[in-house]
Design a protein around this ligand. Structure first.
Ligand code: ADP
Length: 380
């Protein structure tokens, strides 16, 4: 196994008021993965994150980045924070500038980048979080969800190796949660390690490659999400309920005398495992987002009048919104595509190239796990 991007050794932290927030934490964050830090309120998640980019210094124990113990001098911390970006739970702890663009530019400017490069990064980051139109707007006038997006843009603009988000989905509506998780996927596809804390088990279960569980300042589990819930009592003891898909799988396995693995992570997979296997699946097509405009959508409608269309990823969604394209699915298009195809309907996924590769990777895994024969055809 390669060296974890972040690792701690016997980390203890006691706040000045004598609260022992972290006790003996030896945790690893594998490079290039999507990692969820799960735990009830007060478990120590935020305190741990503040150690990952050196805002807090351990009372005892060590923190490593890329195999090297982190230093707490000004230079070392600056370097660390350009590689490990932390998005705090409350955006008001992070937004200080008068306008959105100034706020997003703050980190890159402090890194000593040229004006042009800062500009480029601000443009790109605001685009990714869907705030490009509002760049000159005063930060004082933003809604909670918009402030969250701005603080995320500030972190992305640093081009970090690790993006850490503390409770990023808290307080967002479900549409924004889908957007956020999709953006996190995109950043991960580009090579970032993405770490997020949550007490939302459904997200932890279906999104994370790896799960770490904290309770009362101690690390009680490291592994994949299925492994944690195998011991249902352990989860319930710390007030974490089982994810619905996990629960359904277990109940249906009992009834059908099937083995618990594989663990379905979406409705389509659950259906493949237990439902009547659909004999005729619809066909999944991919249309590059570069080719997306009114004409290409009309062409799809003309040639496949019964197909559904879904926008996958920030770029496709942005183009779709700008052109006000009429499509069936603007959010959660991958899962929606599986459901529709499972019911025999053709589906056109519109996304950029990194999404094409990702969908092919997911389908290959799906086919080998569930015996399906899903293929992605280029719409041409
Ligand atoms: P989580 O992020 O999992 O909700 P926190 O890291 O915020 O947990 O808190 C862990 C423990 O540390 C809790 O007991 C909390 O009350 C305490 N704590 C957090 N911040 C402070 C602080 N600034 N001063 C004193 N105690 C704190």
């Amino acid at each position: 196994m390669s060296e974890p991007v972040i690792r701690t050794e016997e980390l203890n932290y006691i706040y000045p008021n004598k609260t022992a927030a972290l006790e003996g934490i030896s945790i690893d964050i594998p490079r290039g993965k999507k990692v969820v830090l799960l735990g009830p309120n007060g478990a120590g998640k935020s305190t741990l994150f503040l150690h990952f980019n050196g805002i807090l210094k351990p009372s005892s124990g060590k923190v490593f980045f890329g195999g090297t113990e982190i230093g707490y001098g000004k230079k070392s911390l600056e370097q660390l924070r350009s590689k490990v970006a932390l998005v705090m739970q409350n955006p008001d702890d992070q937004i200080f500038s008068a306008t959105i663009e100034e706020d997003v530019a703050f980190g890159p400017m402090n890194m000593g980048l040229s004006r042009e490069e800062v500009e480029r990064r601000v443009d790109e980051a605001l685009d990714q979080v869907g705030m490009a139109d509002l760049r000159t707007k005063p930060t004082q006038q933003l809604s909670f969800g918009q402030r969250k997006r701005v603080s995320l843009a500030g972190a992305i603009a640093m081009h970090p190796e690790v993006l850490i988000m503390d409770e990023p989905t808290a307080g967002l509506d479900s549409r924004m949660v889908h957007e956020l998780l999709e953006l996190a996927d995109e950043l991960n596809q580009q090579g970032l390690t993405v770490v997020m804390s949550t007490h939302d088990v459904e997200t932890a279960y279906s999104w994370g490659d790896e799960v770490r569980v904290l309770n009362r300042g101690r690390l009680i589990y490291s592994g994949d999400s299925d492994g944690f819930f195998v011991d249902g009592q352990r989860a319930r003891n710390i007030g974490i309920t089982e994810p619905i898909l996990y629960d359904l799988n277990r109940t249906m396995c009992r009834r059908n005398e099937k083995a618990p693995a594989p663990f379905p992570k979406n409705v389509f997979e659950l259906n493949q495992k237990f439902g009547q296997h659909a004999k005729v699946l619809g066909q999944l097509y991919y249309l590059p987002s570069d080719a997306l405009d009114q004409t290409s959508i009309q062409e799809v409608r003309h040639r496949m009048p019964h197909a559904a269309i879904g926008l996958l990823g920030t770029k496709a969604r942005r183009i779709g919104c700008n052109l006000n394209l009429q499509v069936e699915h603007r959010f959660d298009a991958y899962d929606e595509a599986l459901i529709e195809v499972g019911q025999g309907r053709d589906f056109v996924l519109v996304g950029d190239t990194s999404w094409k590769d990702e969908v092919e990777r997911r389908l290959a895994l799906l086919n080998s796990t569930y015996g399906t024969e899903m293929r992605l055809k280029i719409f041409a």
